[in-house]
Design a protein around this ligand. Structure first.
Ligand code: CAO
Length: 443
């Protein structure tokens, strides 16, 4: 006696069109109730769609890279009629939340005669299947890790919510679990790690508001880039004690030189940003602590002897930060050409992970748009970021008279665990002087 049972994507919160990244079973495979059938990956969480009952996979209805939403049928399972109405004995040890009747998977086709009257399948009430809790798959709560990695962590008894991921988009890697175990064994402890990952932050739940009560609304899902960038920004803002030091640089002479270069080089557009890159590199050489990364234990600083600068680029899909490598070894024109190329690549969505990794320090320039100052968020694990606003001619007192000078606003956000306020003020002063007198780049 058997039924075909639809295995559907359960409630996965507000996520829709989530890609299938792994097929865990094949037609003909026998699966246990709650065993994963496929893995879905939202921008920050992986989740398995569980088998609704023990049985044989008859049909798989999705393939790799298909996108699915709540209710999408993943496949059909052949289950015996008794299985289709499991008894309480089969309840897994995990705490399944009770479900209302509509969530019980319904047999779609009966290939066999109905069960005998004595069969419990027809007699007793159906036990609800394991609830796939939406809250459990929200990015903030589910570790971003592959099923294999989660299995590895389970074997070691590691709670992945306490582990920081070093992979792309915060994905947890095998080495992250290994170093977590090492830290725990050597006294770092889960509690310390928990605080550092934000697990110890006792935050209020996000306010749930029905905006339609107040007026017409429209919902717009964030793009994938926005969601990934958002998760990183939120972590960096919550975990790094930011302070922003504001300053300004007199770039009157720099601007005259830039205009001169523009006349001489019609093919390459030289914007103030390339001067900033060179001046930042010269300043990082003077202040090596700014060209560094703090490890996840918060105990060791890695000072870098190379100068790879990340540049925040605004694209229609959201913010990306490509990295220009070895900026100390490149001239203004070479950097200008590279900056133009990566900006185009970013806007054409052609940047790969390698193009956006390895940065030492980032610059976010809003000078082309406007503004007088802002507070950029540090791009972890870097320890500082420079925000640049729009330059403006201002009257500056030179000791004898007011003279018109072009002043460029600078906003340096820094990690106060690594950098003191006085060091930050010295950094921006040095940067300002370098921009005012570019010969200092040669020092
Ligand atoms: N003051 C005055 N003018 C400035 C300036 C500044 N600080 N910076 C740039 N400009 C001018 C440029 O000279 C150019 O003018 P011309 O066309 O007359 O020469 C114009 O503004 C436009 O510059 P641009 O923005 O195209 O070029 P850029 O090299 O300055 O910047 C890039 C390139 C890719 C960084 C930029 O296009 C961009 O995406 N900026 C946004 C970054 C961002 O979103 N940061 C926020 C991150 S935090 O949310």
């Amino acid at each position: 006696m058997s039924d075909l049972l639809e295995a559907k994507v359960p409630d996965i919160g507000n996520f829709t069109d989530v890609p299938v990244i792994e097929i865990l079973v094949q037609p003909g495979d026998r699966v246990e109730k709650d065993q994963g059938l496929v893995t879905l990956e939202s921008d920050k969480a992986t989740m398995e769609v569980p088998a609704p009952a023990t049985g044989i996979v008859k049909v798989l209805k999705v393939k790799l890279d298909d996108t699915v939403s709540e209710g999408t049928v993943i496949g059909l399972l052949e289950v015996d009629s008794a299985q289709a109405t499991p008894s309480g004995d089969e309840t897994p040890t995990a705490e399944p939340a009770p479900r209302a009747e509509p969530d019980v998977p319904q047999p779609v086709k009966s290939e066999v005669p109905p069960a005998t009257p004595s069969a419990p399948a027809q007699a007793g009430p159906r036990e609800p299947p394991l609830r796939f809790e939406a809250a459990a798959v929200l990015p903030q709560q589910v570790p971003f890790a592959s099923p294999a990695l989660r299995k590895f962590a389970r074997q070691l008894g590691v709670d992945l919510t306490l582990v920081s991921g070093s992979g792309r988009g915060g994905r947890i890697q095998r080495e992250d679990v290994q170093s977590f175990v090492k830290r725990t064994l050597t006294g770092g402890g889960a509690a310390a790690a928990g605080v550092r990952t934000g697990a110890g932050l006792d935050l209020l739940p996000w306010p749930q508001v029905d905006f339609t009560k107040f007026g017409p609304v429209e919902q717009q899902p964030l793009t994938r880039i926005q969601r990934i960038a958002g998760a990183n920004l939120a972590r960096n803002w919550a975990m790094i004690p930011h302070v922003t030091q504001h300053d300004e640089a007199d770039i009157t002479e720099m601007e005259a030189f830039r205009k001169q270069l523009g006349k001489e080089n019609k093919t390459i557009k030289v914007t103030p940003l390339v001067f900033l890159i060179k001046a930042v590199v010269a300043t990082l050489k003077e202040f090596p602590r700014f060209n560094a990364s703090l490890d996840s234990s918060g105990e060791t600083l890695t000072l870098k002897k190379y100068f790879h600068i990340g540049i925040a680029v605004d694209t229609p899909d959201g913010l990306v930060v490509p990295v220009l490598r070895d900026c100390d070894q490149k001239g203004l024109l070479e950097l200008a050409a590279e900056l133009a190329a990566v900006s185009v690549q970013a806007r054409d969505k052609k940047l790969g992970p390698a193009d956006m990794s390895g940065g030492c320090f980032s610059i976010s320039s809003l000078g082309g748009i406007g503004g007088t100052a802002f507070t950029p968020i540090i791009n972890a694990p870097e320890v500082a970021i420079l925000g640049v606003s729009r330059s403006k001619i201002q009257a500056v007192w030179n000791g004898e008279a007011f003279t018109p000078r072009l002043l460029l606003p600078l906003s340096l956000s820094y990690d106060h665990r690594v950098i003191d306020g006085a060091a930050a003020a010295r950094f921006t002063r040095h940067l300002s002087r370098t921009l005012t007198d570019l010969r200092r780049i040669l020092l």
